[in-house]
Ligand binder design. Structure first.
Ligand code: SPD
Length: 427
């Protein structure tokens, strides 16, 4: 590599699985993963399916690119792995060979940009830096790196500056803190947005205060998940709260947020907080009957470690450990992004708490796909969150604490559902 700018591996994959060769989503995922496994920084990817057969696509990486063209009818893929620097593209090659089920392959490796044949032009870096300093946001002009949270059909992307403050593969998930021009620092788990410095208050105020003001006298609270700390921070604003127990399975999330998101992870040292790094599902299974006034499930999406937070057994235990009059609030997914998880969770809650005791609160999060998100309730008493009458108490609290999303109107309005959502949960 010392005498060339880049390394280019031209690959022929033959005898590949024809179905995989025609599946644009899985090819894109495999190509992006192939880049990541070799240690590349992925800038962007674009993939296209040709009707009836064939996929073309490119993953642009900071170290150059990975490209593919497939002919499913021949079980064939032509792949280019073009890299520069220390990246070992053979790691990508081995990974793709497995993913595509290639029975045969050949590869031709060439050096690109032989340095002895090139003449170097040295730019005047100091004048370029000065010019960049005159721009409002120099990063906008020099980097085009996007983080995308998506399923097969929808996505939400945020531009980030390329700054990565934290990137650790924990036993449960990939925990990252990235910097974005629009939303400040971002916490992502695997390939999903969890929270951002600039819009976290939408989520954290809405998971906590509506339940507090519906209950009216909550003293003992259990939070399952919520590793960034924003949820417990909000509960601990209420002076009447005596104890908050938080059970987060992934200590890396807590560590990342303490180090890089201190405004969210602001209350981990609070004397009323009992912080446990452990399995929230097991905790709920083992907790005593009728122990908590509120049980809050601040979990991630139903893949990986949070899958069990969407199970019937888990919510039966949540019901059991709530005191009479207690309230469950669970991160309820989006009726626009993941209708199935949203609906199934509500049906589970209706089944366990009763049909009238499983209301849904909708709120807006700009950094979650579709922007429309939900908290789903289980009421073990008669207090209905949309029928509150303590508006002036709420407004006093909102003003005293300087809340930015929640108020008494939002409280009531968030339980009003569009017709399509009513149809999803009422069948
Ligand atoms: N897709 C995002 C689901 C929400 C996950 N919880 C966010 C954690 C904020 N404390």
């Amino acid at each position: 590599m010392s005498n060339a700018l880049g390394n280019h591996i031209l690959v022929e994959f033959m005898g590949c699985d024809p179905h995989i060769m025609n599946d644009v989503s899985s090819i894109e995922r495999d190509m992006v993963d192939a880049a990541l496994k070799a240690g590349a920084t992925v800038i962007n990817s674009t993939f296209h399916h040709f009707s009836p057969y064939g996929v073309s696509g490119v993953v642009v990486i900071q170290e150059s690119h990975l490209a593919i063209h497939t002919w499913p009818e021949y079980g064939y893929a032509a792949v280019d792995l073009f890299t520069c620097g220390e990246m070992d593209a053979w790691i990508s090659f081995d990974y793709l060979k497995e993913c595509f089920g290639a029975k045969n392959y050949s590869a031709l490796e060439m050096k690109r940009g032989a340095v002895q044949l090139l003449t170097r032009n040295d730019f005047d870096i100091s004048s370029m830096r000065q010019k960049a300093g005159e721009w409002t946001n120099p990063e906008m002009y020099t980097r085009n790196v996007w983080f995308t949270d998506k399923d097969d059909n929808q996505a939400l992307s945020l531009r980030y500056t390329g700054e990565v403050y934290y990137d650790v593969q924990s036993p449960f998930q990939r925990v990252r803190i990235l910097e974005s021009p629009k939303y400040g620092k971002l916490l992502t788990l695997d390939d999903m947005f969890m929270t951002t410095e600039k819009d976290e208050f939408h989520y954290h105020e809405m998971i906590s205060h509506p339940a507090m003001f519906t209950h009216g006298n909550a003293k003992n609270i259990l939070v399952i998940g919520g590793g960034d700390g924003g949820t417990v921070r909000e509960f601990l604003r209420h002076e009447g709260v005596e104890k908050v127990t938080m059970v987060e399975i992934d200590g890396e999330v807590i560590k990342a947020c303490k180090e890089h998101l201190p405004s969210i992870a602001a209350s981990f040292d609070h004397p009323k907080l009992n912080l446990i790094v452990g399995d929230g599902i097991a905790f709920a299974r083992e907790a005593a009957n009728e122990e908590f006034d509120l049980v809050i499930v601040d979990g991630s999406d139903p893949v990986g470690p949070a899958e069990g937070l969407f199970s019937v057994e888990f919510y039966r235990n949540c019901h059991r450990i709530l005191k009479p009059g207690g309230i469950l609030v669970a991160q309820g997914e989006s009726p626009k992004f993941n209708e199935q998880a949203f609906t199934e969770l509500n049906i589970t809650l209706q089944h366990i708490f009763g049909k009238e005791n499983a209301p849904v609160s909708l709120f807006f999060v700009p950094t979650y796909p579709t922007g429309m998100w939900s908290f789903q309730y289980g009421l073990k008493g008669s207090a209905q969150p949309k029928a509150i009458s303590n508006d002036s108490e709420i407004e006093q609290f909102v003003n005293a604490k300087g809340l930015k999303y929640y108020n008494s109107d939002i409280h009531k309005a968030s339980f009003a559902l569009p017709n399509f959502v009513k149809t999803l949960i009422n069948g």
